[in-house]
Design a protein around this ligand. Sequence first.
Ligand code: ADP
Ligand code: ZN
Ligand code: ZN
Length: 731
Amino acid sequence: MILQIALDTPLRRVFDYLPPAQPAGLAAPEAPRLGVRVRVPFGRQQLIGVLVGVASESTVPAAKLKAAVHILDEQSIVDPITFELLRWAAEYYHHPLGEVFAAALPVSLREGQSAHENPLWWSLSEAGRQELSAPGSRRAPQQRALLAWLNDRGRASTDDVAEVFKPAHLRALQERGWITAQSLAADPVPMEFHPSEVALTDPQARSVAAILESLSTFAAHLLYGVTGSGKTEVYLRVIAAAIAQGGQALVLVPEIALTPQLVERFRRRFSSGVVAVHSGLTGSERRDAWRAAHGGQARIIIGTRSAVFTSLPKLALIVVDEEHDASYKQQEGFRYSARDLAVVRAQRAAVPIVLGSATPSLETLENSATGRYSKHLLPQRPGAAQAPRMSLVDLRRHAADQGVSTPAMQAIAHHLGAGGQIIVFLNRRGYAPSLFCNACGWVAPCAHCDARMTLHRHAQQLRCHHCGAHGPVPAICGSCSHPLNPVGQGTERVEETLTRLFPEAPLARLDRDTASARGAVQTVLDRVHSGVARILIGTQMLTKGHHFPEVSLVVILDADQGLFASDFRATERLAQTITQVAGRAGREARAGEVLIQTQYPEHPLLTRLLTEGYEGFAASALEERREAAWPPYSRLAMLRAEAKDSVGLDAFLRAAVDSSRSLQETAVQVLGPATALIARRADHFRAHLLIETAARSTLQRFLKNWLPQVEKLPGPPGLRWHIDVDPLEVD
Ligand code: ADP
Ligand code: ZN
Ligand code: ZN
């Protein structure tokens, strides 16, 4: 019997091992189940991998086969559908299976901790408390440290202790009688449903009915509702029905830290059994959330991207909120789309999936046009709320003070006077995007990238937004010694300008610089919700589903960044951003107004968006994609590579193109090599190949045959490359 083990290594293969040695005289062991974890020798260390196959023979010579050390589980550590999903994802994204499993499992499970709730909890005995308060013996400082640590926490599970202390110390304390163990079994959580106070609107009621009709079968539903139209209310209703019989629901959201309100709303409606999984959790919190899902105690799992891999044995429904959001695509390592995998998962689990958005991706719109997804519209905001009035401000005709035009200033003054709050959107953080010499045209460059440094005045630094390099702010030009000027605006500078223009109005700023500290986002959002802050300035972070009832004006300072970008998805993203930011205005009783500043007020994208809305924009954008044969009317993959040696990099990519020719796939085009938009980043030159074809299956067959050849090609020292299937960005 040969065990095929997926190990967390960059190699695109599984590893063969013999079963662990049996004590003499015992009968031959039964084959372990697929999906169990196995500890195996690997080089000079031991690794924990996942059993993905059992074979009768191996291509490895018998003398070289090693025996596994230990099988950790009796049952698979993920439910059978997640197990299949992970295998499917590894194939589809052409990524090593071991790394795929590693991406799915919390660290502590990868390190061998139990997949189940740990029932043993430790706490201090009376003797232990006396020992702790007695003047310290110097003999066992580690044991005393553990005693003090346990005393602070009250109680801790064996796993919690193991993360900080050696098991031997725990045993020693137990032998001395200083600590005691107590068994607390994890109870299944009884669910309480608190009915909603609102009566559904007709479109909401129709959507709920249609989704519920498909319970227990696979069906994909696009819930296309303008911002504030009541999509979340629809999710809550269908989830309540789906889990009423004991099922579990998975809710994917772009970013939890930015939308704590959503989790709160779920907790209010369902009281218990709601578990949020996000990057802010500690290792043991993440593990506990995972176990609660795997064991069935957690009934609703709300999580970001990687939560799509949560083991959910009783999955009954999936919701993907803001399905168009780019954060569903993992952009490094294992590059998967959580949105797409959620659809595959729903299909395999035979459960419905709801994809919600005010600005659906063109892929999803195409899927609903062809009937693969059914579309449900929520065209209006419930109650008194009206869609905001949008207009363009021609920056060529109106003076601007540091990027804030006169009409925008007047509107801000007007809305402040009427007691409204204001959002000012600019997708550029820092003070100014460049530091410029008026005398000779020199611009402060990054020493490691083909890019400019951004001025951060508050931190008194120049920072590169591409590689993270930073340095002091030079006072004079690096070339002619003339004094330097900051040119252009970032959020920091807009904050300064608005403080000067509206000294009475308290400001809040939300961007990656102000949000980096733990809890900082919440502080900013609280200041806006409480009404203390009257003007909120921010980047992309503002677009993510916030609900600020008192916001009546949204100003988009610079719509032009996305108008002429080379990436084929740039206009889609711009239209989504504008629509989403605009959707923050007038969400309740106050009428909303949106001003969009641009140098190109006659640009068809902007005029169409204003006259026909996102739907009109999307229809013409899909037409353009069809003519140009871009996705969703073709399938793409990118092979991206980087190295310090640009000549060697180019040679590697050319050799990769040559090897693709030998496969004679006439339906596949391999384009390039082309240099990346930022041609050099962190001292590495970057270039890529674009692989284009009409059908998914052709692309898959081609990659399967081609990548093993690419792996064998020689490259310059330090060469790194990866394949990105269904890339979001192609430049
Ligand atoms: P979305 O998720 O589409 O942005 P929400 O579900 O958050 O929209 O709804 C926006 C606001 O409208 C919320 O304050 C919500 O409580 C309210 N709302 C939703 N549905 C109804 C309804 N049928 N009647 C009245 N108010 C509603
Ligand atoms: Zn100069
Ligand atoms: Zn840089």
